[in-house]
Ligand binder design. Sequence first.
Ligand code: GTP
Ligand code: MG
Length: 262
Amino acid sequence: IYRKTAPTSLPAFLLIGPSGAGKTSLLTLLERGNPSPTHTSQAPLSVEVTLPSDTTAASNKYRSASDPTAQKNSRFLLIDTPGHGKLRHFASAQLVAPQNLKGIIYLVDAANLSSDSAGVSGSNSSGLTEAAEYLHDILLALQKRYTNAKTSKGPRETPVLIAANKMDLFTALPAPLVKAALEAEITRVRDTRAKGLLDSGIGMDEDGDREEKDWLGDGGEGKFTFKQMEEVNVMVEVKGGNVVGGQGGEVGEWWEWIGRQL
Ligand code: GTP
Ligand code: MG
């Protein structure tokens, strides 16, 4: 008899991103093969997922598909988190909780990234700003986790997939543009945060210089690029797809990325 609650030893992936990006839809698609209608999430939700047979887990490269170990290695836990601004503590808690966290999937609505469109939250911040602010905070948390653990043994790599969703919509930006837009907007977010921190005197050492550890990326100067995160063992990749549309969506590149981390 199989229990629905998954054993904690399974490798886990965390689904994070702004509200409405499609996280819960993706979870139902990966679990059942087609997306179910969703409501905005108010609590985290984990399900056990098996890689499709045409995707190979990295640890199974040399195993035959009928090998029982191969079947075990292609199972993982997917943890959905609410994207609403007031419920993001669930995601931050999960960032540090599971020791077997294999990677983070940051889902964005690629059709809601133009800097002049109004944000879903009703505030005057655009979809791009919201996506960049949340991602900035996640990456900064991962950077801090790395620098704080440096004294002992730094955490191993944290792979981050930026899944540019809703590619079925003609207004969606293609993945390379999603990457460029997020990098540029994170640069802006970082500058804004820097000004705020400098004004309040936080984030400076005794001499009034910038405290490097509080800034995302290369000491917080110049343009931010995802590549700068490699210095703190955070490997970022951006890949497009869509949960809705077509036969069971277009999520092949995301499956492939998950398989590589397993
Ligand atoms: P929160 O729970 O509020 O954080 O949002 P969420 O990220 O879980 O979003 P959810 O999965 O509830 O999806 C929001 C809406 O986007 C739903 O109406 C989905 O049907 C729609 N959606 C999700 N993926 C796609 C996609 O690939 N294309 C299109 N066109 N719509 C999508
Ligand atoms: Mg949801």
